[in-house]
Design a protein around this ligand. Sequence first.
Ligand SMILES: Cc1cc2nc3c(=O)[nH]c(=O)nc-3n(C[C@H](O)[C@H](O)[C@H](O)COP(=O)(O)OP(=O)(O)OC[C@H]3O[C@@H](n4cnc5c(N)ncnc54)[C@H](O)[C@@H]3O)c2cc1C
Length: 347
Amino acid sequence: MYERGEPGHGASWAGAGMLAPYAERIDDEVLLELCRVSLALYPAFVQCVVEASGVNVELPLDGVVEAAFDVQRLDALVAFARELIARNVACKLLDRNESLLAEPALGKHILGALIIEGQGYVDNRRLGRALLAACRTRGVVVHAPVRELAIECDERRVLGVRSELGFAPASVVVNAAGAWAAQVPGVPPEARVPVTPVKGQMLALAAPAGFLRRATWVPGAYLVPRPDGRLLIGATAEDAGFDERVTAEAVHRLLDAALAAAPSLGAFTVTETWAGLRPGTPDGRPFIGPTVIDGLLCATGHYRNGILLAPVTADLIASFVETGDATPLRAFSPLRMVEGASRITHA
Ligand SMILES: Cc1cc2nc3c(=O)[nH]c(=O)nc-3n(C[C@H](O)[C@H](O)[C@H](O)COP(=O)(O)OP(=O)(O)OC[C@H]3O[C@@H](n4cnc5c(N)ncnc54)[C@H](O)[C@@H]3O)c2cc1C
């Protein structure tokens, strides 16, 4: 693995770690199914990482909450609950009192809430550290930081990677450079995937552990607890290029939304603000699988759900490398956006 910064410190560090495909309102049924499959893989994935690394990673999947503070929103939640039940997704509508019992931190002006069961969050920073340790115990060599990474290819196939450490030959190279995947030097134009950065800003408060029990959507923001008491408030979605600055306006807007829904948060200290770049794609689907250059694969473009989609992405890439069968990857193929590439077939 070659990383130009600190491993696990891109969007995967900046994210909120929510594992909540239904609360994300994904319209694309194919993508929703991929998210659903990945969510089902999560407990075994985390257990495997914990065992290999010795780092404990908690995985609270006891539901996510959507809170309503006006009648219109409450009606929308009732309609959404019907839709979820029709899909066999367990959920529960709560009246005002039940909502306050479930999440006492929410303001008394709440009208009701919806709990979607079986979803939750993972501490993505801790998972990143555990994953890195697990990889090292399994023999993965991590080169970081490298300054001048370039992929080398001939007209047909990938040859390896070059950096200040020298040339490393490889028959398979996976471009997993997130929002920067289209910028990696040496990738031929026909194998470049149109990934663009979507900036997300967040902040954290120091709240007593358990102050908020579940990841909770409120109008204009989401609130995500951490076992250590940090309470995350996110997130903006901005088309701002590769700008990773935290702005006063975004912090103001996020705090405004959070405090309108849970006024008691106003007493807590702001401990951190940060921004990250989600890897966005033109159709909202990730790019997973082979490019037109033999051996050059992509695992990027996961936009808002890259933490959730980590286990299924790993499985799909590993299985393609082992079997050469791209059939399960067809819907997410990097070739779908490359002109003329659909004529090229891969074994
Ligand atoms: C604010 C925010 C909130 C989010 N919330 C959630 C959430 O709740 N749930 C969820 O599932 N997802 C969430 N996401 C999305 C998720 O974080 C991303 O989809 C995911 O982390 C992308 O992972 P990645 O490995 O592709 O990219 P990254 O984690 O960005 O990793 C890419 C890495 O490639 C390295 N790199 C780039 N170019 C080069 C190069 N030339 N040479 C060497 N290394 C290079 C970078 O340094 C970086 O470390 C959120 C994202 C943000 C920003």
